[in-house]
Design a protein around this ligand. Structure first.
Ligand code: GLC
Length: 431
């Protein structure tokens, strides 16, 4: 690749964001995902920041406008109707304005807001957002960690953002699907069924939606007997990092009270996170908190421990050895699931494929933990995948084939914000 090739891909990435831009928010991709998604928007803002910082702020401000009274920030905001998606606002039945889903997604936003502030120095916009972010993080601490274990639970696999990861197979197997009835999936009308979650998984997803809706999405009622109550290693790592970034940003902005609160929550999460360590597997794993049962496998989420903060050498060493072993089994880093495991599936969504956003987070964490060469390897592989296949939702780690939706916003954003060496230079000049 020479400079001209990079610049051409920078242009393509910018035009994908423009294509998917709805004015104040960006859809992940047209057709398959026609609304605003929570962590997609936060990550997409990072892409906009390389050529239009005002638009970057707006993406996150729009998301936070959908925040609930409780502090929860929903995983989907249905700013306008679209019949092509299921389950839509009716199925969620949250009675909110704007209509939203009833669950959340990985809280990567505070980390991005810190980056936007460092880039633009816009105090007013940052100061407005940190109050809302603090409220969201506090909601995690209360609604999802009522026993103050320092681990937050997800109540639906969709909250992890890694929908059909094998980590959920066992906890999901206890979900009663007898009342689900018939429904019409829409995702498999857009994308081949062999790339999407199975029918059995989908029945369980719908049973969990129904469970929340029957309780009017009341946090206490859900925490009391949710059939699915799992500490996802990914969301716990992302929240820990977000609390740390929120504390640093609040400190810079002179809001010491908020900084102290975020710092205290971060400390609790840091301690709790050790409860996810598995001696047997030499890594951090998800935990079914109902049954106190750890996942029997590592996933790409395990490497997010590096993104969460500092990993102590007695854990970091075996983890790096394992990560190298994963990488040696595939052509392109980093598969979303253990490539030596029998459940590894190189093209089915979160059961094997490589995702640019996860690669960015892991690379960021590796660099922060002084593993620069490995971080660069992850960047380089992401570059090869995108330049070979295009801006797909995800990629096969064995063949570089693109999977899922095309012209995908967060893949374009990761190209602009991280992968491309030229993107900052090709950005539209701001006035
Ligand atoms: C899928 C992904 C999720 C993402 C959404 C929109 O549901 O699993 O992480 O936020 O699509 O891109």
């Amino acid at each position: 690749m020479n400079n001209q090739d990079y610049i051409e891909l920078d242009r393509q990435a910018q035009s994908i964001l423009t294509l998917n831009d709805q004015g104040n928010y960006t859809v992940p991709t047209k057709g398959l995902y026609p609304f605003q998604w929570n962590w997609d928007s936060a990550l997409v803002a990072l892409g906009y920041a390389s050529f239009d910082t005002d638009r970057a702020w707006r993406e996150i401000e729009t998301l936070m406008r959908a925040q609930w009274e409780s502090g929860m920030v929903p995983h989907i905001v249905f700013w306008q109707d679209d019949e092509g998606y299921f389950p839509g606002s009716k199925e969620w039945g949250t009675h909110h304005s704007p209509p939203t889903s009833g669950i959340t997604q990985p809280p990567v936003a505070a980390t991005i807001v810190r980056k936007l502030y460092e880039r633009s120095g816009d105090k007013d916009r940052a100061a407005k957002l940190i109050d809302a972010l603090d409220k969201w993080h506090q909601w995690f601490a209360t609604a999802r960690d009522p026993e103050q274990r320092g681990l937050v639970a997800i109540i639906h696999p969709w909250e992890s953002g890694r929908d059909n990861l094998p980590d959920w197979d066992k906890p999901l197997s206890f979900v009663d699907t007898s009342e689900v009835g018939t429904y019409q999936r829409r995702d498999t009308q857009h994308i081949d069924a062999d790339q999407r979650p199975s029918e059995t998984d989908y029945d369980r997803y719908m049973a969990l939606v129904r469970f929340g809706r029957d309780r009017n999405w009341d946090d206490k009622a859900i925490a009391a007997d949710s059939p699915f109550w799992v500490a996802d290693v990914g969301i716990n790592a992302i929240l820990r990092r977000a609390e740390y970034d929120l504390a640093c940003l609040a400190e810079t902005l002179g809001n010491t009270q908020l900084a102290t609160r975020a710092h205290q929550r971060a400390k609790r999460l840091e301690k709790g996170f050790e409860g996810l360590w598995s001696d047997e597997l030499n890594g951090y794993v998800s935990l079914d908190m109902h049954r106190n049962e750890k996942a029997q496998n590592l996933s790409a989420g395990s490497w997010l421990a590096f993104y969460a903060g500092h990993v102590l050498p007695d854990h970091a060493e075996p983890m790096i050895a394992l990560l190298n072993s994963w990488i040696s089994q595939v052509e392109f880093a980093i598969p979303s699931f253990d490539p030596s495991h029998e459940l590894f599936d190189s093209i089915r969504y979160w059961r094997g494929p490589v995702w640019a956003i996860i690669n960015w987070m892991i690379a960021d964490g590796l660099a922060q933990n002084d593993h620069d060469a490995l971080a660069e390897r992850v960047r380089r592989d992401t570059e090869t995948l995108i330049s070979t296949a295009g801006f797909y939702e995800y990629f096969c780690p064995l063949t570089a084939k693109g999977g899922g939706g095309d012209s995908f916003s967060w893949t374009a954003a990761m190209w602009l914000a991280w992968v491309s060496p030229t993107s900052e230079k090709t950005g539209i000049q701001e006035s």
